[in-house]
Ligand binder design. Structure first.
Ligand SMILES: [Zn+2]
Length: 447
């Protein structure tokens, strides 16, 4: 539907024509352009921006729109469609995007924000938090779901982001990761998080390849029960198939890592679908554990080097460090775990399980922003199509994680989108041909 800017003056009677009526009609028709031009002069459309001419992928999984017009006003999408169906209001600012590609900003469904710096891991601070959100924004990751380690500044930043002046990435938080030895103990941590109005509760059910004690089922069941009392979904870190089944039966809402010890079976698939639980593979997390036993190719990638201090790259190349990683027996296990994780992703996706893109980026040498682009590559290497992968990182991520007004380029949503030189549906690495990023219609500043 074309949007009408003009007033409703175009009324004609259905009575038979008389000469007088015909004359009236001619007069009205002659006056019409004048009336509309008055209307256009009086309406101030300078706050509207029209992004024109790109091929637009809207994040829903629908076919791309060629020669698209995306109208943005007050940070939100006013209208979107092809040039034939969307009128550009007179006076609107126009941004020419002909020959390029537009898609929604990416959502990282599993990140960590604000407590990361260098290779040792930094101290959490508001300054680090804002630096991380600006970094993610420059990479086109316009929303990060931080699953733990989120302190007061994160809550404040999250609460202040519903504004048309935003230009850093959006943030959703899990507060303190819930740990404890007894149901009573963990319930108190959940209650404290609930008072802080977290978006998710995060637990870890893992023995880190038998290096630590796993949270027992009565304890995680208590966490889930308490979180649900407060209406908060529970994201579970896990590794083993058996724990995934236990957590699903206990009511977890979100599986925040791949199942990596075994191939997923029919029982798991049926359970995860029956419980309507979403699944985040975090394949790049595995890569980050074994890749630095050598110098991975991506350490020479300009797309990474643009944003990383050279000292960090040098430290990752240090022979001593690489030798230490190579000799750690866990390195090999996690390398094999990636193969299992990728095959499980394909199987779950093929069986209709809800997939959300996420990386577990943020900790040392898990490069925020950059890793999300590499995660897309791995998802495609696992057998998903570029469209499935992009939707898992945009529209479906927002839908499954229940994040309002983002994820797709549809009317009313925040105008969080990225501009690419090349088509990501032809080759997923084309998300790395990133030209510009907009959040709430504001162009993200360069470094
Ligand atoms: Zn994590």
């Amino acid at each position: 539907m074309k949007e009408k800017d003009g007033c409703q003056i175009c009324y004609f009677s259905t009575q038979p024509y008389t000469t007088a009526m015909r004359l009236n009609r001619i007069v009205i028709l002659l006056l019409l352009p004048l009336l509309f031009s008055c209307e256009n002069q009086s309406a101030d459309n300078s706050s509207i921006t029209a992004f024109v001419g790109a091929t637009l992928i809207d994040g829903t999984g629908a076919s791309p729109i060629n020669d698209a017009v995306l109208l943005v006003e007050n940070g939100r999408i006013r209208q979107v469609g092809s040039k034939e169906v969307v009128d550009i209001p007179k006076g609107a600012q126009e941004v020419d995007m002909a020959g390029k590609y537009v898609m929604p900003g990416m959502i990282n469904g599993h990140g960590h924000i604000g407590g990361t710096e260098g290779l040792q891991g930094g101290k959490y601070s508001r300054e680090n938090l804002l630096r991380d959100l600006a970094l993610n924004a420059r990479y086109g990751v316009t929303t990060v779901v931080s699953l733990g380690g989120d302190e007061q500044a994160s809550i404040e930043v999250r609460d202040a982001q519903e504004t048309g002046s935003l230009s850093h990435s959006r943030l959703f938080v899990a507060g303190t990761i819930v740990t404890g030895d007894s149901p009573e103990e963990v319930k108190l941590v959940v209650q404290e998080n609930a008072r802080n109005k977290v978006d998710f509760i995060k637990i870890r059910v893992d023995d880190n390849l038998r290096a630590s004690v796993k949270m027992p089922s009565d304890v995680y069941s208590a966490v889930i029960e308490e979180a649900h009392k407060h209406g908060i979904p529970v994201a579970s870190h896990l590794y083993y198939l058996k724990d995934a089944k236990g957590l699903l039966n206990a009511g977890t809402d979100y599986i925040a890592h791949s199942i990596r010890d075994k191939e997923v079976d029919q029982e798991l698939i049926e359970l995860i679908k029956a419980k309507d639980v979403y699944y985040c593979p975090t394949l790049m997390r595995e890569v980050s554990v074994f890749a630095y036993a050598e110098t991975p190719d991506f350490l020479a990638d300009k797309f990474l080097l643009n944003e990383v201090e050279p000292e960090i790259i040098e430290a990752l190349k240090a022979p001593e460090r690489q030798k230490r990683i190579k000799e750690n027996p866990r390195t090999k296990v996690y390398e094999e775990a990636l193969v299992m994780a990728m095959s499980n992703l394909k199987k779950l996706s093929d069986n209709g399980v809800k997939i959300v893109m996420g990386t577990d980026a943020g900790p040392p040498a898990r490069f925020q922003g950059y890793f999300e682009h590499k995660e897309l590559e791995l998802m495609v290497a696992a057998g998903l199509t570029p469209m499935q992968t992009l939707v898992a990182a945009t529209g479906n991520a927002a839908k499954h994680l229940n994040l309002k007004d983002i994820g797709t380029l549809e009317k009313g949503n925040w105008a969080d989108f990225i501009l690419l030189e090349k088509n990501p549906l032809e080759d997923i690495t084309n998300t790395q041909s990133l030209l510009d990023v907009w959040i709430a219609g504001n162009k993200v500043p360069e470094k």
